[in-house]
Design a protein around this ligand. Structure first.
Ligand code: BTN
Length: 233
């Protein structure tokens, strides 16, 4: 893993150096000055406190399964958190990782299909206060200060391990997902083809798409097609 004291964004670094980097190379920093989140949002993180890293995937067979990569990455992060003794880990489709309903990790998938994919992962490690949205960190939960770069190395290895298994045993990943599925059977609101709709989340499909019960039918949506999946309280 290539490490930097500070970068605008680890995903941007990979994008700018994509021709010089190899399949599965990864880039780390604990201070991003222009961290990016999904749907054009910024990814805010206090300098030096959290883990930010990105992994480059150039293997064409894996790039083709990009809808599943975010699912599998989320499962790997969830497995890491459980390994360090954290309970109540959940995955909010397509790729937020929550603990006690609060976000601890965000995953951003970008790339140029079918050539490469960049998996960007931000994990809240030692930041304890979060403004504006419901978030938490490893420190808030296990009360131990971990070194963000070491968390990143462990998570990165697990993500690569899971991604490498993708070809072999897809079924078990999807089965595993239901154990962590935050949205499962919840009433949700979502935006689909420009319309705001309400339905019920009904699990995910083997290709990583979300099943939604809508007007007594099941629709299957990918993360490109649907946005703002929110639970209705
Ligand atoms: C989200 O939940 O909106 C996704 C957040 C992804 C943040 C990570 S941190 C490493 C990588 N570099 C970025 O600029 N963003 C991703």
């Amino acid at each position: 893993m290539k490490g930097f004291k500070e970068l605008p964004s680890t995903s941007d670094y990979i994008k700018e150096h994509v021709n010089e980097l190899d399949n599965f190379d990864s880039v780390y920093t604990d201070t991003q000055t222009k961290g990016r989140g999904r749907t054009g949002h910024t990814w805010e993180s206090e300098p030096g406190k959290n883990a930010a890293f990105s992994i480059l995937i150039k293997d064409k067979d894996i790039v083709a399964k990009y809808n599943l990569i975010s699912i599998v990455t989320g499962i790997a992060v969830a497995a890491y958190l459980e390994n360090v003794g954290i309970d109540n880990v959940q995955l909010k489709w397509p790729n937020d990782v929550l603990v006690n309903g609060k976000k601890i990790c965000g995953i951003l998938l970008e790339g140029s299909i079918p050539n490469y994919l960049i998996v960007g992962i931000g994990i809240n490690v030692n930041q304890t206060k979060f403004e504006g949205f419901e978030a938490t960190s490893l420190k808030n939960i296990i009360e131990i200060k971990l070194q963000p770069s070491l968390v990143a190395v462990d998570v990165c290895n697990l993500v690569l391990d899971y991604i490498n298994q993708l070809g072999n045993d897809l079924g078990s990943f999807i089965d595993d997902y239901s154990n962590w599925d935050y949205l499962l059977n919840k009433e949700i609101s979502f935006t689909y083809k420009g319309e705001s709709l309400k339905g019920q989340a009904s699990g995910i499909n083997p290709d990583g798409s979300l099943r939604i019960k809508y007007n007594n039918e099941i629709i299957n949506v990918t993360s490109d097609e649907v946005s703002l999946v929110r639970t209705i309280k």
